[in-house]
Design a protein around this ligand. Structure first.
Ligand code: CDP
Length: 209
């Protein structure tokens, strides 16, 4: 059964695409960003310092969380998640859970930053979903507004750029397409079009395997 890796930067639409692929192929799905968010939420709740790697590591202990918890999606938590995900120890602490999920018998879909490069380098299909920072900022802004939150385009764009920079320049598992990944730029695609294109690419890759 296939393993499908979906990577990409913040607000690129990788989560929507990964969920659609999982549904289409009848596979279980893991949003690996939630693991980093869960660590961030732990740290944030007990007032730990994201600049302190030791404290971030402690926040990885006994990581139980509810994926539906809206607290995981708070902006403050996103910010902390982005900062603590640069620590090699934090990444190592979350590695096994992700690899076990990827290796389960029936196949799986995982989305994140380093699925095709580190977690599941042998994945049958690797998609790298991207879009321009401006388009991603628009999408994130709409998402925030739909959740009743106020934000300014300028700030959202600055945040997206800062996260891109941190994600792509960190030493361990930086955000970059695997050599054998298919890059899907969704800048000019609506959600339905992006999903249709991802399904087409995945079917094509699986048929040629
Ligand atoms: O899509 P968005 O960036 O808003 O959030 P996410 O995918 O839930 O990821 C939250 C943070 O975790 C990101 O800023 C990444 O830095 C980090 N992350 C990572 O380093 N590796 C992963 N496989 C997934 C997320």
């Amino acid at each position: 059964m296939p393993v499908i890796a979906v990577d990409g930067p913040a607000a690129s639409g990788k989560g929507t695409i990964a969920r659609a692929l999982a549904k289409h192929f009848g596979l279980p799905h893991m949003d690996t960003g939630l693991l980093y968010r869960a660590v961030a939420l732990n740290l944030w709740r007990w007032g730990g310092d994201p600049a302190n790697e030791f404290e971030a590591l402690r926040a990885c202990d006994e990581l139980g969380f509810d994926p539906a918890d809206p607290e995981l999606r708070r902006e403050a938590v996103s910010e902390v998640a982005s900062r603590i995900s640069v620590y090699p120890g934090v990444r190592a602490a979350l590695l096994k859970r992700q690899q076990q999920f990827a290796r389960q018998e029936g196949g799986a879909v995982l989305d994140g930053r380093d699925i095709g490069t580190v977690i599941a380098p042998d994945a049958d299909v690797k998609l790298f979903v991207t879009a321009s920072p401006e388009v991603r900022a628009e999408r994130r802004l709409k998402e925030l507004e739909s959740r009743g939150m106020n934000a300014h385009y300028r700030d959202v764009l600055a945040d997206i750029r800062a996260r891109d920079e941190r994600d792509s320049t960190r030493e361990v598992a930086p955000l970059k397409p695997a050599p054998d990944a298919i890059v899907l730029d969704t800048s000019k695609l609506g959600a339905a079009e992006a999903i249709a294109e991802a399904l087409r690419l995945a079917e094509q890759r699986l048929a040629s395997a």
